[in-house]
Design a protein around this ligand. Structure first.
Ligand code: PA5
Length: 417
């Protein structure tokens, strides 16, 4: 914590995320709301958010956590546009099917890339942009770019085409950027309360400045590092019991994997959603190689209520549950699993929130980011770079015959003979 707080550790030029919750200016939120209102006035009912890694996982995590599970299938007029994500893979089939949807809807897009040069979002944006330009007279008003203030292909393109742009601050890396416009704009477009999210994050920011044994980020970082270095637990599984938190796992995996997995060190981050995955991964967790520990994201209260009814015939033999909330069964499954996994040699850590809402998600984002910085520094790792991500890109560019990669192309072709 001292290294993070003193801002003297490796990567200290990427600490801008630490105070985002308490420093995000109101005009930035209002500018995002202006985009939302402008698109609503045009009747936009589909927003394609294009980005990869830290440029989409935070927004997707928040939107999936806060959305109705069946929002798409429910009838009735939708108050907010549907958000879909693209540019996070290179699947031709995915893009073709995205364009099937785009063709049926009134569309706008947000393209997000800090570097402005990442291949996956650039390819998706070229295709979506071409469609929008062909089909809408007000094309440039339907495109918003979120990128570096000064450099990158996306910056150049946005300036030339006159797109509305938002900035990813220089001192905030992708995976720490959910509370910058990278996350804020998509979350606002989806109709969620970003002020509440920032308030929750701000309360956590303040709480984690506390230099005491009660600092929960330090506790979490210390426990996971102890389990790794003293007890050989090399895999951490983030566990949730609500399908809406699946993308919290995806966001968290990137945050911890990309921050810590360097120099032959690091805890491998995995995630499961129980009880679903108890029927697929449960066997391995209970009895497989004892390399893992679990961090359970405990949600104390359900936002909705469903009570199990009584059936006079009781053919399914479930009457012992009659009158009980489904969430009670979920809680008992959670407790039973915890005890079983402890008995099976899987240590448990727990992070608890009262319920899933904007405020608590903001707190979770800030908590996991601070704990990640502390944790990586405990391992002696720079939490804010990702040098290993470049290896696949160099090979891909060489194989795609990108200009400038001729020598690598020749070397790879020789190797693949
Ligand atoms: O955390 C990171 O820095 C990365 O995951 C990036 O967010 C990701 O590679 C996308 O980069 P960019 O926003 O430059 O397109």
């Amino acid at each position: 914590m001292d290294v993070l707080e003193s801002e003297k550790g490796a990567g200290n030029d990427f600490l801008g995320w630490k105070h985002l919750p308490t420093t995000t200016p109101e005009p930035l939120i209002q500018a995002c709301e202006a985009v939302r209102d402008g698109w609503k006035a045009k009747g936009v009912d589909l927003v394609v958010v294009i980005g990869i890694g830290g440029s989409y996982l935070g927004a997707r995590c928040a939107i999936e956590a806060l959305s109705h599970n069946f929002a798409k299938q429910l009838s009735g007029k939708k108050e907010n546009p549907e958000i879909v994500f693209a540019g996070n893979n290179l699947s031709e089939e995915y893009l073709a099917e995205l364009m099937d949807l785009v063709a049926e809807r009134n569309v706008a897009t947000v393209v997000i890339s800090k570097s402005g040069t990442t291949t996956e979002p650039a390819v998706a944006f070229r295709i979506v942009k071409e469609y929008i330009e062909k089909n809408y007279k007000d094309a440039s008003e339907r495109i918003v770019a979120i990128t570096d203030e000064h450099k990158g292909a996306l910056k150049t393109l946005s300036t030339q085409e006159g797109y509305r742009t938002f900035i990813v601050p220089d001192n905030v890396g992708g995976r720490y950027s959910v509370l910058t416009p990278v996350g804020i704009l998509p979350i606002v477009l989806a109709g969620f309360d970003i002020r509440a999210m920032l308030a929750g994050a701000a309360e956590m920011e303040k709480a984690l400045e506390e230099r005491s044994a009660d600092n929960v980020a330090v506790k979490y970082a210390a426990m996971r590092n102890l389990l790794y270095s003293k007890y050989g637990k090399k895999v951490e599984i983030l566990v949730s019991y609500n399908p809406k938190l699946q993308y919290l796992g995806e966001w968290w995996k990137q945050l911890y994997g990309e921050s810590e997995g360097k120099e032959g060190k690091g805890i491998f981050p995995a995630s499961v959603n129980f009880t679903t995955d108890l029927h697929s991964m449960g066997q391995f967790i209970q009895e497989g190689d004892r390399v893992m520990f679990e961090t359970v994201v405990n949600v104390e209260k359900s936002n909705r209520s469903v009570i199990i009814g009584s059936d006079p015939q009781n053919l399914d033999q479930l009457n012992y549950l009659a009158g009980k909330h489904v969430e009670h069964c979920n809680a008992m499954a959670q407790l039973g699993t915890k005890l079983a996994h402890i008995d099976g040699g899987v240590p448990q850590l727990e992070v608890s929130v009262e319920r899933i809402n904007e405020y608590n998600l903001g707190g979770l984002f800030q908590f996991f980011e601070v704990a990640c910085g502390v944790s990586a520094y405990l391992l002696g790792i720079n939490p804010f770079n990702q040098p290993g991500v470049e290896a696949y890109k160099k090979n891909m560019f060489a194989l795609l015959r990108k200009p400038g990669y001729e020598a690598q192309t020749a070397a790879l072709e020789e190797r693949l003979k």
